[in-house]
Design a protein around this ligand. Structure first.
Ligand SMILES: [Zn+2]
Length: 160
């Protein structure tokens, strides 16, 4: 949309920035926000692209990660936000793909630790990290060797 220079309705070049209300629904909850638009100064036509909607979805995912979620629709939404297929999430958590499917269809409830981990995976993706995914991979294959691990020089932190 940034690249749009002229109104495609009337051909005028005077486009200004605007915003309009937008909403999305995840599971039982509505998320209300605003998305950026371009408005033609001559004919008043309003233009939006998908970027605003995507940003609103990410904001909703961040809210859910911070406040908690439990329904199947929310779990699926957060898994997708995390950029994971159901099979990927199952692999990371060390559960069956069927277990993930049962959470997402509401057949079984996911436990609190699982939900918090899915929240962390989604937040990592939003913020451009892979911390939780790497940790889950590490716990999937805990090291057996070596017997001794060199940690180098450590300085004791002062106790406040
Ligand atoms: Zn126009």
């Amino acid at each position: 949309m940034e690249s749009m220079k002229r109104c495609v309705e009337c051909g005028a070049s005077g486009l200004r920035r605007g915003s309009e209300p937008a909403e999305g629904k995840v599971g039982p909850r509505k998320f209300l926000g605003e998305v950026e638009t371009l408005v033609c100064r001559r004919c008043g036509e309003t233009f939006t692209d998908g970027a605003g909607g995507v940003a609103l979805e990410l904001a909703a995912a961040r809210w859910l990660a911070q406040h908690g979620f439990a329904t199947g629709d929310e779990i699926r939404f957060m898994r997708k936000t995390a950029g994971l297929r159901a099979a990927d999430l199952a692999e990371l958590l060390g559960v069956s793909a069927e277990a993930v499917s049962h959470w997402e269809t509401g057949k079984h409830r996911a436990d609190r630790g699982t939900l918090a981990t899915i929240a962390a995976l989604a937040l990592d993706r939003i913020d451009g990290r892979t911390t939780t995914q790497e940790r889950l991979c590490a716990f999937g294959k805990p090291p057996r060797a070596p017997k001794a691990v060199k940690l180098g020089a450590q300085r004791a932190a002062p106790i406040a």
